[in-house]
Write a protein that binds this ligand. Structure first.
Ligand code: IVH
Length: 661
């Protein structure tokens, strides 16, 4: 037995050394075949003598455990990020701000890896926990998945207790491979390596995460003084010594803004050729004493900043302008162009808003156009390359008939409308609106399912949702639907019957009745019958309800078809009462308290607001002395600073969840 144990130790040492040489030093000394032989021998021994399997064994990297959910991890030191800047002017301002405190600052310059940050905790040199950033205060325990990442050392070269921060990412090669696999399996492709990494690290089955071949780049040690470190560049060196992959070939040091600008320019030149995606440069004050002097604002460190590369603009050919019809009948022209990769995702369409927009930019089919992703997500057409326009190009002429039903369009302000209430496109869009999250929230009904069910004649009108159960068996035989998914759809339809009145009112899609108006009216009239009987004058008297809205509501309920719909929904047992005031005041931590929500949270703000209000709280938009709690998400704004200033209790999203439990 002792012999076997020794052999296992020896094999682990060989394998770890080989991984270190391969990943950290970029300098393998054994062949793949030798590596596989060691690995297979280790697997064999571990299977035969399970009690001898070590907790840092490299065979753990294939994954195995399947979790029900991710546990929460509270970060000992909050996981912050830096403020973003986008140009030289902002960079100069940053440097000037630093120089007010530090006479001659030196900076480290590091590529900004485009993945998601992960915290790793080692005890006595052994990896114990891996966590996502979450809301910065609380993340999720992803240890099992982290262990599958080959560039994460399971045991460090020293037996230290240390927390390490870095980026979990997917290389461009693994991203391509993952998408080839997904195409083969008829699954939707990942839009970019960051989404792919984020999706993979949140897999409950670690074997799936293992197959995705993620990587880890270490870049930060919280509380570096505990390890006698004097500089950020020393932290990076220590990380490498401990066995982490760092960006040592690309990281650099700068003594002036000029150095930084040169670095940014050089890095953007080679960006395309790098094996991983980057989206900017992270600039940190190098001297850790200086960092301390600079400290933190309420939100972010003052000692660093993230310079983001400008949005990429890519040229392509406009093939077609395709018109779509919205719920209100509004016609939207969309540019359809040759698919191009823009900032890591493949795009082939962009909205052109309306005909006036097309004319203003003089956009024509056949043009070479430049496209970019606005606000990092939605594609937009920036401009037409007029010098490359063909001589025979023709000015775009607006369609005059609805592309779906063929009825005549009318123009109002900048937009064209199809005013045929029976237009299929409009009806499908209305149904999509009905099921959406802010309306009746029929979970599981995506746009596609609604459209398919419409075309297959299962759902032509809103009330048809509530008759769908009759086709249960038939639906289960449809391609792409299983027993479970149909059951779930029927459950969410049933659940929606209990929604409060304002959701239904909004979901009906009455012109100009948005969420806020629906709430005002529901809380004022209390039930649908009162609303149906409300007069134009009465409605106009309500603060925040203008003439246009009042007229639209009266018109809607005067219409025979709409009255019939409401009656049918009543028969199906839908709640028609305002439930907002039925407040549960049993939670005295919340009842009667005033909350403000700021920053980006994983739950929709509206959902948090509704929940708090249902528990008797007030949710307001600005922080004052009267505010009891401020719920703070990612990148919170000035409200967060104000809360600190007024000493108001701050809650993370996790705190909120605990509170409402
Ligand atoms: S340092 C206090 N270094 O970009 C901030 N972050 O705002 C500690 N990132 O969310 C992070 N590459 O996920 C640091 N070399 C790098 C980075 C990096 C990418 C991410 C990180 C953070 C954001 C920076």
């Amino acid at each position: 037995m002792e012999n076997i144990k020794n052999r296992i130790d020896e094999l682990i040492e060989y394998i770890n050394k080989a991984s270190y040489e391969y990943y950290v030093l970029d300098n393998p000394t054994i062949t793949d075949q030798e590596y596989d032989d060691y690995y297979n021998e280790l697997l064999f021994l571990e299977e035969k003598y399970p009690t001898l399997k070590r907790e840092d064994s490299p065979t753990l990297r294939v994954g195995g455990k399947v979790l029900d959910k991710f546990e929460k991890v509270v970060h000992k030191t909050p996981m912050l990020s830096f403020d973003d800047i986008f140009n030289e002017e902002e960079l100069i301002l940053f440097d000037e701000r630093i120089k007010k405190v530090i006479a001659n600052p030196t900076y480290t310059l590091e590529p900004k890896m485009d993945g998601l940050s992960g915290s790793l905790i080692y005890k006595n040199g052994i990896l114990i926990t891996g966590a996502t950033r979450g809301d910065g205060v609380t993340g999720e325990d992803i240890t099992e998945n982290i262990k599958t990442i080959k560039s994460v050392p399971l045991r460090l070269s020293k037996n230290v207790d240390i927390e390490v921060r870095g980026e979990i990412y997917m290389s461009k090669l693994s991203f391509e491979r993952a998408n080839i696999e997904r195409r083969k399996n008829n699954e939707s492709e990942f839009a970019n390596p960051r989404n792919a990494a984020a999706g993979s690290i949140r897999q409950l089955d670690s074997r799936i995460a293992a197959k995705r071949n993620l990587d880890y780049m270490a870049y930060f040690i919280p509380n570096p003084e505990n390890y006698g470190l004097k500089k950020q560049s020393d932290s990076l060196e220590l990380l490498r010594e401990l066995g982490f992959v760092t960006n040592y070939k690309l990281n650099s040091v700068a003594h002036s803004v000029n150095d930084i600008i040169n670095y940014i320019n050089d890095l953007s030149q080679i960006r395309k050729t790098l094996p991983f995606a980057i989206d900017g440069v992270v600039i940190k004050v190098n001297d850790l004493e200086d960092e301390k002097k600079l400290g933190y604002t309420a939100r972010v460190p003052r000692w660093g900043i993230a310079y983001k590369f400008p949005a990429q603009e890519v040229l392509t050919t406009l093939n077609e302008i395709k018109y779509t019809v919205g719920r209100t009948g509004k016609i939207t022209p969309n540019a359809v162009f040759n698919p191009v990769h823009v900032d890591g995702s493949l795009v082939s369409k962009a909205t052109l808003h309306n005909y006036d927009y097309i004319i203003e930019k003089d956009i024509r089919v056949g043009d070479i156009i430049s496209v970019r992703k606005a606000g990092d997500v939605i594609p937009e057409v920036v401009e037409v390359k007029f010098d490359r326009r063909k001589d025979d190009s023709k000015k775009t002429i607006m369609i005059d008939k609805c592309p779906m039903c063929g009825s005549e369009l009318i123009k109002k302000d900048s937009n064209h409308y199809c005013i045929n209430d029976a237009c299929d496109s409009r009806k499908i869009e209305s149904l999509i609106h009905y099921v959406s999250r802010d309306a009746m929230y029929l979970e599981g009904f995506g746009e596609r399912i609604v459209e398919d069910f419409y075309n297959m004649n299962y759902i032509k009108n809103i009330d048809d949702f509530y008759d769908l159960y009759k086709y249960k068996e038939e639906l289960k035989t449809l391609e792409g639907f299983g027993e479970k998914s149909i059951d779930n759809l029927l459950i969410s339809i049933d659940n929606s019957k209990n929604n409060s009145l304002e959701r239904l009112l909004f979901a009906l899609g009455i012109r100009y009745v948005g969420k806020k108006t629906a709430k005002i009216i529901a809380s004022k009239y209390k039930n649908i019958d009162n609303i149906m009987n409300a007069t134009y004058e009465e409605l106009c008297d309500i603060t925040d309800i203008g003439k246009k809205i009042a007229k639209s509501i009266v018109d809607y309920f005067e219409n025979e078809d709409n009255r019939r719909l409401i009656n049918k929904l009543k028969e199906y047992g839908l709640n028609m009462e305002y439930l907002g005031k039925a407040v549960d005041e049993s939670n005295n931590l919340i009842s009667g308290k005033t909350f403000v929500i700021t920053g980006t949270l994983s739950l929709p703000r509206e959902e948090i607001k509704e929940k708090l209000e249902s528990l008797g709280a007030n949710v307001t938009g600005s922080v004052t002395k009267k505010t009891d709690y401020v719920i703070v998400g990612e990148n919170p704004g000035s409200k967060y600073n104000k809360a600190l200033e007024l000493n108001i209790k701050i809650l993370s999203e996790q705190d909120y969840k605990e509170m409402v439990k």
